[in-house]
Each structure stands twice: as structure tokens, then as C-alpha cells.
Design a protein around this ligand. Sequence first.
Ligand SMILES: NC(=O)c1ccc[n+]([C@@H]2O[C@H](COP(=O)([O-])OP(=O)(O)OC[C@H]3O[C@@H](n4cnc5c(N)ncnc54)[C@H](OP(=O)(O)O)[C@@H]3O)[C@@H](O)[C@H]2O)c1
Length: 382
Amino acid sequence: MSTTASTPASTSASPPPTPAPATVLLAGSTSALGASLLAGLRSRSSSRPVTVLALARGEQPNLAADGAADGAADGGAAARNFPNFTVKPLTWDGVTPPPLESVPELSNLTHVINLCGDSIAEGALGPIRPWEQPGKLESVVSSRTESTRGLLSWLERNAGGLSAAKIHHINAGGVGIYGDDHTLASSPPPEATSEAHPAPGKRESGFLAEVSREWEAAATTSNPGKIQVSVLRIAPVLLAAPGVFSAPGVLKSLLPAFFFGAGGRVGSGTQMFPFVGERDFQAAVLDHVMQAGEGGVYNIVSPSRISNEQFSRSLAKALGRPCLLPMPAFVVRQLFGQMGEEVLLGGVTATPKRLLDEGYDFLDADVDSAMKHAVGGVKLMG
Ligand SMILES: NC(=O)c1ccc[n+]([C@@H]2O[C@H](COP(=O)([O-])OP(=O)(O)OC[C@H]3O[C@@H](n4cnc5c(N)ncnc54)[C@H](OP(=O)(O)O)[C@@H]3O)[C@@H](O)[C@H]2O)c1
């Protein structure tokens, strides 16, 4: 059967239907990853009108500064360039979303994305080791579990009144759930961990694995008929760094040393270093997971399996610097304590099995390519 129209297009063609507007509730919109997803959502808004309800515990000057929010101070350049994209900054307490009934776009809610979580490595070079600061470990856990439970119970109370047949809740998680016992040097080499790990009932040791388990346990719903939950086990994301001292995410503490030629591997450098490029983080989340029908766990990690030494060499190479000065393990332990042991000296091996099985094609699978995107445009004072 032919599908070709028989009447001339000039007289009978009707304009393509306008796609239904979508509303995304983004909790943790002030996070480094939140800024990246906002940019990704904005650049994709030409094909579908999008409103982001951006939840944070305080003001969000970043949104006004880049022109993303309503009433931005830049004279509305972003609004003119992306007329289909709107951000509404909203404050909350980190647990329960504010009354949103007065927000007209709420009825179009299709997705909730939760990126909340007190930084695991923040305060790394303070006088007190990061995880020894009073209340730090409790805050790392509760900022993740309470925000997750709060959002899901809010959604369970309100989902019935929303027009979408199913709301997709996407929760951040980490590859730290796989624990640390793998190095490239071990023989035989470790098997890369897929989403099928850890096996049910198996408890990887370490604080990161423990937090990750509690976090994922919180990301469950009593109403799977109306709410679909996806968990992202995210590897360190190589976010684009505007300046040497303003790099977001994992490169924040590394970039100054490497830029001035004082970087090198950490410890033996044989520990595995999972990573994902920013373009793949955005595309995997926004173009794949958000559109996927089934929910569940996704490893958001590059398929390249590299060591800390390979990662360090790639960063130095992208900056045109040598990679000469290793940080010995005893210095890491002295300065950072248990955080250094797990985050810097520990290694995780993870593979994006599900993304690959479902046909996702990585843009920057190779670390050099992801690194070039992250630091290729870095400026001394950017
Ligand atoms: N960056 C990475 O490469 C990476 C890798 C794997 C997993 N992740 C996970 O992805 C999420 C975002 O990471 P990020 O590095 O972009 O984070 P980030 O820049 O450190 O930002 C942390 C976010 O968490 C919120 N937050 C902090 N304490 C909170 C609390 N007690 N209650 C509610 N919200 C709280 C902050 O919002 P306020 O404005 O309200 O303070 C902020 O938006 C985190 O959960 C992190 O563990 C990140």
C-alpha cells in the first residue's frame, strides 16, 4: 500500500502537529550535573516545548545568569534563542516539594529527575579530613535518601491528578555501589561489572557502596502502575571546564595541578578509573533513559576501561603538560583519610551493558576524546 499523498502539498498539506509540551521537575538543579542537564534539555527544546521546574534549597542565581530562567537579567537572549524552553526556579527543603498546584505547567509533568546529594569529596583540603567532619557521613546519606523518598512520596500523592499515563522518576546513583576490589594489575583482570551486579544479597564493602545501596533502596515506588523508576549508576562525569579554577565535578580538584604541570597518577595508578564524557552523560540520560519504556538500573559509564594512570596521562595530554608527579598513597591517606582510600586509591570497574544492549552509541567512548571536550577550551581565568 502506497503512503504517498495524491493531492498537491501546496494546497492540502497541514502543518505538522505541535508536540505536546513536557514538564520536568529537576531536584538538585544547582548541581554540576544539573547545570549540564539543563543545558542539554535547552538545546533539545526545539523539537518539543519544555518547562523545567528547578528545585533547590536556596536562590538559583546561575539560572538568571545564563538566561535560562524567566525574567533573566541578560535581556532575555536565551529566551529568544530557545523560545520553547522555560525554567522556573523553586525553593524546597530538600525533602518535600513545595505546593506546586499553582504552577500551571505541573499538569504536563512527564519526568522527575533527582540529582540531590551532599558532595562526597567536598572540603577535601580542609584542616579536618573530609569524612571526619562532624555529621558529614550522615549528611552524605540523608541528603540522598531523604530527597529521594520525599520526591517519590510526593509523586505518589499527586500522580493521580497528572495527565501523563505514567510519570518517569529518574534518580541519580553512583558506580560506587560496585565497591572497590579491582585493579588493572590484578591477574586475571577483573570482569567488568554490569547492572546485574552486585548479585542479590551480596554486600560490597565500603562507605560508598553502603550509601549507594541505601540510596537505591529509597528509589522504589509503591505505585509502579503510575510511576516508573530508573536509577542511574553514574561514573565521574568529565564536564566541560570553563577555567582552571572553575572546573565543575571531578576535574575541580585535579585541573589546577595538571594545568601547572604538577599532576600525576594517584598511588600506584593501577586502580580502575570509570568515567563518562559530558556529551554521553547528556545523551544517555536525555535521549535514551528518558525515552526508555521500562525503567530499572543503567550504568552511565564509558565502555573504555582505564586505570587512574591512563586517566591522568589523558588529562595531562589534553592540556599539553607532562604527567610526572605522582601522589603517593601514604600522602593520600594522610591528607584525605578514608575518603582518599575509597575515592582516590580505590577503583571501580563498571560497564554500560544495558545502554550498549539497547543500541546506545557512545559519542566519546575514548577517554582522550571525552577529555578534549572537557578541557580543550579551558582558560586560565575562565
Ligand atoms: N559529578 C559526578 O561526576 C557524579 C558522578 C556520580 C554520581 N553523581 C551524583 O549525582 C548527583 C549530582 O552530582 P554533582 O557532582 O553534580 O553534585 P554537586 O554539584 O555537588 O551538587 C549537589 C546537589 O545536591 C543538593 N544538595 C546538597 N545537600 C542537600 C541536602 N541535604 N538535601 C537536598 N539537596 C542537597 C545541592 O542542592 P542545593 O542547591 O539545594 O544545596 C546540589 O544541587 C549527586 O547525587 C552525586 O552523588 C555525580
